[in-house]
Design a protein around this ligand. Structure first.
Ligand code: ZN
Length: 407
């Protein structure tokens, strides 16, 4: 891909995505396979006025070595310097940029149970820091094609061709070709008006059905609203956390979900693929899961902690979106979640509660927003999906017909 095009994309991530402020620190999380693009992002962050930019590199083969050779105790430990780093983030509120490039299957063969247990332990230590940062800093997740990832999406191509095709697909789906700033502006306006419409409907519960057997009802929290497009920090800084984003989402009422959902896309969870799976809910809790592939990882996913078997998100995405229309399966949540309706197990979003700025996290949780250390989206949308809303006035109104908006 042309350097000038990539430079514009880096700028879009920094200015429109994370909206880095003058004098703010920036943390970039990236894979070791992206030195050139990371360099561009770092430079654009400094040009936007960043005071300090720090890059945290990751490399899947090293993660695998840690899981293999460290004892569970050492793997779970959060060192004092790491706690000091999190405290520093709490004090400084840096903008966080995550560049997703990893091989969706890159941790295959690793001891999942050990990795999950260690994650569970370390997240518990990190959670208080994260909680203090909630809704207070800007963040953005965007994608960069790693070679292995590109080959997974375009298996028939050479590595070079696959990466080039992935760049085209990523830039197109992220509305990052052409006048990207104007395109994001217009797209956000559309998402915001749909969310407003959904909120105005006063939805009590959604009934979701599809040809594949999905038959599922979920209740919403009365004092909440649908979110989509950009987000605003408590200090009023507007940012776009996901590039791309196509969803209108809400955090449902904890404990109020019944029925079964069938996955319509594979899920890459902690570097492992989970395929053709179903989740059955009773009183809001995932009580039964099956998967043709990766059932062990799926079970680990919903037992990360108490909240991991409850829902944190319901998101509506029409079949008509650049990602869905590309017909590609990305094996990456950022893209696949924006191509289909989805649910997420784990933590809900406190900012879907009305006037959340004036409430404590505990108050939001008491109102029904689920609490957990984890949040994992999984896709259930398809072309035969119908969704009906039972509204608080007792009326039943269509929301989705055959995979697309009914309004
Ligand atoms: Zn989502």
């Amino acid at each position: 891909m042309k350097k000038t095009v990539l430079r514009e994309y880096a700028k879009l991530i920094v200015r429109v995505g994370a909206n880095v402020q003058k004098g703010q620190d920036v943390v970039v999380n990236a894979g070791l396979d992206q030195p050139e693009f990371v360099k561009m992002v770092v430079e654009e962050a400094y040009k936007a006025g960043a005071a300090n930019v720090m890059v945290q590199w990751s490399y899947q083969p090293l993660t695998k070595l840690d899981v293999r050779y460290k004892t569970l105790k050492n793997l779970s430990a959060v060192q004092e310097w790491e706690k000091a780093k999190w405290q520093h983030f709490v004090d400084k509120m840096p903008a966080m940029i995550h560049l997703s490039s990893a091989d969706p299957d890159g941790l295959k063969g690793m001891n999942v149970a050990k990795f999950s247990k260690a994650n569970q332990a370390s997240r518990k230590v990190i959670k208080p820091y994260r909680d203090q940062m909630d809704n207070k800093y800007q963040w953005c997740i965007a994608a960069v094609p790693g070679e292995a990832w590109a080959k997974k999406v375009f298996p028939g191509c050479s590595k070079r061709q696959a990466v080039e095709k992935m760049w085209e697909a990523i830039l197109n789906c992220a509305r990052a070709n052409g006048d990207a700033v104007a395109a994001w502006d217009e797209h956000n306006k559309d998402l915001i008006s749909r969310c407003q419409h959904l909120t105005d409907m006063g939805i009590k519960s959604l009934h979701i059905t599809a040809d594949n057997g999905t038959d599922f009802t979920v209740e919403l929290i009365e004092e909440s609203h649908w979110c989509g497009g950009g987000d605003t920090t408590i200090d009023g800084i507007y940012f776009n956390p996901n590039m791309p984003t196509e969803e209108c989402f809400i955090s449902p009422m904890k404990g109020k979900a019944e029925g079964i959902v069938y996955s319509t896309k594979p899920l890459s969870y902690q570097g492992q693929l989970i395929e053709n799976f179903s989740v059955r809910f009773e009183n809001g809790k995932a009580v039964e899961v099956h998967a043709e592939k990766g059932e062990e990882a799926l079970k680990a996913m919903i037992s990360m902690d108490e909240g991991a078997s409850y829902l944190g998100e319901v998101a509506l995405v029409p079949e008509r979106s650049p990602i869905a229309e590309s017909g590609l399966l990305f094996y990456n949540t950022l893209f696949d979640e924006n191509a289909a309706c989805h649910l997420a197990i784990g933590a809900g979003f406190t900012n879907t509660i009305n006037n959340f700025e004036e409430k404590t996290m505990e108050e939001c949780h008491a109102m029904g927003v689920n609490e957990s250390m984890t949040h994992v989206d999984f896709m259930i949308g398809c072309a035969s999906m119908n969704i009906d809303a039972t509204c608080r006035d007792g009326q039943v109104r269509p929301v989705f017909r055959n995979g697309n908006w009914a309004f």
